[in-house]
Design a protein around this ligand. Structure first.
Ligand code: NAP
Ligand code: ZN
Length: 367
């Protein structure tokens, strides 16, 4: 047996974790750049808790609250400019994956003033100033991954920044997710599930990473049941957040594979939220496997008898209808097949035609 497993992020999970561990924040830096989306952090209590904790330990801060969904490099540049002129020495990302990923990218840009949106992808390995992550969706797991997914308008796609930016600390308090609307709850939960699936059915999967995957599937047995009946209790919020953290830890080791790579153009060109973009492709991706051994183990943990039953669960949770042509599918497939990083994470051989088939069977069902 051989594996490497690394989780450098200190994870604090529980009620009021930020206030209970405020001293920790003062050991990280003297002045923070708080990075959020446009409004949710101010409504769900997370921003207030961070402000209170900072003021109680005399740490100064400035706020950058302009992160959009699927953050662009332009936004990262804007946020890092604010951080630089205010001499911040760490970044606190509060929100869903978008503000947390933007916070990570901003932390790299602040540490390396010569870096900009033109040269970031050709810059080699870079350090960042420390990042603290506070998730307010249960989905991306970004609080425990080294990835920062940004939108490059120049390349007309979403892509990983290419740097390793594990948050120093993740403060996870599910109370921030209590008022998350049902549709965002579903989309983000599906994202967490696809992390578990793609991390589990992965060339890099190991005995150690499978522990996270399998525990995550066990949690999803419960979460799918509750999502279907719309019973979003505190217990549900805790379980789905734990599943999201498990998925994050797993993809931090193994990476994602086909649905994530294939989903990026569906988000960039068709505006599909990230979780839905992966989710709509997942069942056909699973069907494409020749070796179903691990899929069967996963289905068993999920408490379903076959892929058809999982498909029924997916169909009851997501209903994606988008206008897409065969030409577009061919174009996305050509672009994906050149994405060697994602392809090498998939444990079976796949050709251009396989990718086209997954897209078509997933998206042209009704045509
Ligand atoms: P998001 O894009 O961060 O946020 C989606 C929406 O949810 C926004 O309108 C946001 O509002 C709102 N929202 C967030 N928290 C809320 C709350 N507690 N209550 C009510 N509304 C809330 O969504 P996400 O799915 O979490 O993140 C997606 C991004 O993460 C994508 O860019 C994806 O590529 C990336 N991602 C990264 C990783 C990684 O490892 N780094 C993994 C998977 C996905 P505001 O804008 O007002 O905050
Ligand atoms: Zn994802």
């Amino acid at each position: 047996m051989e594996f490497k497993c690394s989780m450098p992020t200190d994870i604090y999970f529980g009620e009021d974790v930020i206030l209970k561990n405020k001293e920790l924040i003062s050991s990280i830096g003297r002045k923070a750049l708080i990075v959020t989306g446009r409004s949710s952090a101010k409504k769900n209590g997370s921003y207030d808790d961070v402000k209170k904790a900072l003021s109680e330990v005399n740490v100064d801060y400035v706020l950058f609250d302009e992160v959009e969904e699927n953050p662009s490099l332009e936004t990262v540049e804007k946020g890092s400019h604010i951080g630089k002129v205010n001499n911040v020495d760490f970044v606190i990302g509060i929100g869903g994956g978008s503000p947390m990923d933007a916070a990570k990218a901003i932390a790299v840009f602040i540490k390396n003033p010569e870096i900009n949106k033109e040269n970031i992808f050709s810059s080699g390995k870079l350090d960042s100033i420390p990042v603290v992550a506070v998730p307010t969706t249960a989905g991306t797991g970004s609080e425990v991954t080294p990835y920062s997914i940004v939108t490059s308008n120049q390349e007309k796609t979403k892509k990983n920044l290419g740097q390793i930016i594990f948050p120093k600390v993740a403060f996870i308090d599910v109370k921030y997710t209590f008022d998350l609307p049902y549709d965002i709850t579903v989309n983000t939960a599906i994202d967490a599930f696809t992390h578990l699936v793609e991390g589990y059915l992965n060339t890099n999967s190991s005995y150690m990473s499978d522990i996270y995957g399998e525990k995550g599937f066990e949690l999803f047995k419960y979460c799918f049941e509750k999502l279907i009946i719309k019973d979003l209790s505190r217990e549900f919020r805790e379980n789905v957040m734990m599943a999201s953290v498990m998925g994050g830890i797993q993809i931090a080791q193994n990476g994602t594979s086909l649905p994530h790579g294939m989903g990026y153009p569906l988000t960039y060109f068709k505006g599909l939220p990230h979780g839905l973009a992966n989710g709509v492709l997942t069942i056909e991706y699973l069907k494409s496997f020749k070796d179903k051994t691990k899929i069967n183990r996963m289905l068993n943990l999920l408490g379903v008898s076959d892929l058809g039953e999982l498909e029924t669960i997916f169909n009851s949770l997501i209903d994606v209808r988008l206008y897409i042509t065969e030409e577009e599918i061919n174009e996305y497939s050509r672009s994906f097949i050149s994405n060697k990083a994602k392809l090498k994470n998939h444990p079976e051989e796949v050709a251009f035609d396989d990718i086209v088939r997954i897209y078509k069977n997933s998206l042209l069902k009704d045509n």
